[in-house]
Design a protein around this ligand. Sequence first.
Ligand code: RIB
Length: 293
Amino acid sequence: MTIYNLGSINADYFYRLPHLPAPGETLAATGHARGLGGKGANQSVAAARAGAEVRHIGAVGVDGAWMVAQMRAAGVDCTHVDTVEGASGHAIICVDAAGENAIVIYPGANRELPAALLSEALIAAGEEDWFLLQNETSLQAEAAQIAQEQGLFVVYSAAPFDAGAVMAVLPYLSLLIVNEVEAMQLCSELGITLADLPVPHVVVTLGAQGAVWHELQAGEEHRIAAYPVPVVDTTGAGDTFAGYLVAGLAEGLPPLGALRLASAASALKVTRAGTADAIPARAEVDHFLREQG
Ligand code: RIB
């Protein structure tokens, strides 16, 4: 059972600031760091740290070898990560004193994926496998369609949110992950309620209120409260949640069990600065859950 993840790979440049910059303002950072990031790479690392077998599908530029090395070190199979011309994706991440962020990304190689990558990567994939994608790469709709046709369980983590991008993949999805505001925006674009979304499962994240899994065909809901933790940096918390959620499902956990695992992992992430480097290992998440009782 393998999780195939079509996802971005970014160099994250972090700047710690007293507050997020206003238009026209020049601010001195109180700290800076560089690390592996990108919503795709973060989700691959999260799923691998959760214990899943993960194959990442993506690309970096010639400057990106260090990022691929870090993904491999985290246990992610990078056989289908290409090196293309031009710059790797990168992100400028400003984090304020409350741990909130503002992010600028340059997509670079993430939007230059060679189409042949998909067919090569998915050649051996089948019904027991999982396909995960986000909105930071090219080839999203093509990939989701191929994955669905091959019988994989297709999960879309709709970040960064764009209603048009979600609509392009919606016919191929098994599970959609959105936050509350995004769910409302999507439903208003489509002129329908959440219950009428044409996808079997929707997970809506509710920030400090936790998350809810809607089984739309069965008309059932599974709800989990958030774990209260001291906030250091919220960057990558959603990616940690998505990666751990899919890994939990892939190991056979029921929806509520997978939500609980994902929620605990993202709570731990929020207590640490950084993105991929700050994603907790499974043993830490299990320990945290035991402490919660
Ligand atoms: O979700 C956090 C991620 O968003 C960062 O790692 C950054 O690279 C952007 O993709």
